[in-house]
Design a protein around this ligand. Structure first.
Ligand code: FES
Length: 174
């Protein structure tokens, strides 16, 4: 990523709660995220890695969070979304990349991508567009369930941030 956004603020973390809308009763499930994603201010300011508990993220859900001031989507993909991502024709893609290279081995259900459109930085809408991945309302870029650009002006796929699994249900971003 060429540019760096301002460091995260408390408002950023609160956005986790407001960003993961769409499921009834989700608010109560999200507040633990805020807690777990809110290390002390000095840690945040230093851009340290953050751990994120995947257990409360239900299948089909996309959660938004911030790391180093950058928006990140954590998507718990359904079996169909995984199948579609794996079966997609790479030859038809602007930025061809196998789905297997965009997820961790054996963890195909978890897609973690930066959340700003690679065209001009708008925030795409999840589960929208022809491929049911993301649709960017600004100029019509369409991403698939692997976060790959499939239609519209965005030049590249949604990038993958540095992260690893530290347990079966927890990732460390950074
Ligand atoms: S910013 Fe997303 S299509 Fe232009």
């Amino acid at each position: 990523m060429a540019t760096m956004a301002p460091e995260p603020t408390r408002r950023d973390f609160l956005f986790i709660a407001t960003g993961a809308v769409g499921a009834v009763g989700l608010a109560s499930a999200i507040w633990p995220f805020v807690s777990q994603m809110a290390p002390d201010a000095a840690t945040v300011a230093a851009g340290a890695p953050v751990d994120f508990d995947l257990a409360p993220v239900t299948e089909g859900q996309i959660v938004k969070l911030f790391w180093r001031g950058k928006l990140i989507f954590v998507r718990h993909r359904t079996a169909q979304e995984i199948k579609d991502a794996q079966a997609a024709d790479l030859g038809s893609m602007r930025d061809p990349e196998p789905d297997q290279k965009r997820v961790k081995s054996g963890k195909d259900q978890w897609l973690v991508v930066y959340g700003n459109c690679t065209h001009l930085g708008c925030v795409p809408l999840g589960n929208e567009g022809a491929y049911k991945g993301w649709f960017c309302p600004c100029h019509g870029s369409v991403f698939d369930t692997s976060g790959r650009i499939r239609q519209g002006p965005a030049p590249t796929n949604l990038p993958i941030p540095p992260f690893e699994f530290v347990s079966d249900t927890k990732i460390r971003i950074g």
